[in-house]
Ligand binder design. Sequence first.
Ligand code: ATP
Ligand code: MG
Length: 453
Amino acid sequence: MRLSRYFLPVLKEDPKEAQIVSHRLMLRAGMIKQQAAGIYSWLPLGYKVLKRIEQIVHEEQQRAGHVPLLMPTLQSADLWRESGRYDDYGEEMLRIKDRHKRDLLYGPTNEEMITDIFRSNVSSYKDLPLTLYHIQWKFRDEIRPRFGVMRGREFLMKDGYNFDLTKEDALHAYNRHLVSYLRTYERMGLQAIPMRADGGPIGGDYTHEFLVLAETGESEVFYDSQITDLTFGDRQINYDSVEECQAVLEEFTSRYARTDETHDEAVFAQIPEERRRTARGIEVGQIFYFGTKYSEPMGATVVGPDGNRVPVHMGSHGIGVSRLLGAIIEANHDDKGIIWPEGVTPFHVGIVNLKQGDVSTDSACEAIYNELRTRGMDPLYDDRDERAGAKFATMDLIGLPWRITVGPRGLANNKVELTDRRSGESQELSPQEAVERLSKIYQPIFALSAPTA
Ligand code: ATP
Ligand code: MG
């Protein structure tokens, strides 16, 4: 993309309404615009990152064998009356009447609808296991929308639902989700720690929230510092293997890590004092096994191997796709702006032309731009007639992890500068070497992409 043709409305001043750094930087970098409390337009740069995050979520869900579909945002109230949640859900649910006075709602989640799809189409245990998911906008009329996309009213969520014959099978689905989530967040450059959470009214141990540690997080968390040493890394896993998925769950839940709802002082006190941590975290996902809570009242049954009809065992598993932008920025920024992890960056590299209109710098920039694109990278070329300082400030603010600076003096020696946004370190390289270097950096990241439906 050439910046002269892009739409990047950056702000010079800090917006007053933003209380936390991610919200401030998203506004300043021209990523979002608030349209009403907790409701945002996604401007091109924000939209691009949102799509990158969505793509990673799709790839990792499908790698785990989960099947994408798309359900609507508006739902009929009748479905929710069947589960009993239409009255229970309270004021967070946005209720709407159509012209025929029929009750609709803007979906805050999709357990009822997916259960309806399942019961209408599946009737034999032979069609199990099955996990369906979608990435769709949700609406929750939060009492206090704040912190930008972190707590919106309209927000994008991946929600997946597993259908299994037995509790044992459903717990494998639970573990499979845990593994896929670990991979998902790591690809985004995030450490999200699975923490034992509150099972709500139906209780049980089978729910974990994934938390990114950050001072601005809304959840209070308690953990053993050893948990932060664990990484999933590039290990291969067979998602069909009950043992392999179980082993990952055990490893990642082997240390104390809980949200305040499940925190137990007595157990916590047994951890050596120097490893005990109390901190704040941002909830970026949650997995949940809830058995037959919806399948029973809604009649989602299958004929089992013995010929009897039984309600299926289900769970639901969510990732806060739009909230992740905020969480990633909270974890990756400095005084100058955002520092995108390579896996989610809107553009892989910025090209700064120090002397726009100069025949040699212009043609060198064009050549680099084209070569990067030929190699599958997505560069942002600042081809505006602006001062160097202003160009650097914009690049730093929007946080591209790499920058190539092209000026007449360097070019005289066939050199450009390759700068690492995070460390600030620069290297003088020939244009070819710079492209080569970037190609090496991004190849392993591109290799993580799996084919998606
Ligand atoms: P919270 O406790 O933060 O209100 P939740 O537990 O009600 O969230 P879930 O139903 O578990 O949310 O939804 C799955 C994921 O969707 C959450 O882990 C979170 O990342 C994201 N999410 C939930 N509410 C919001 C919101 N208002 N704005 C943005 N993302 C949200
Ligand atoms: Mg939750």
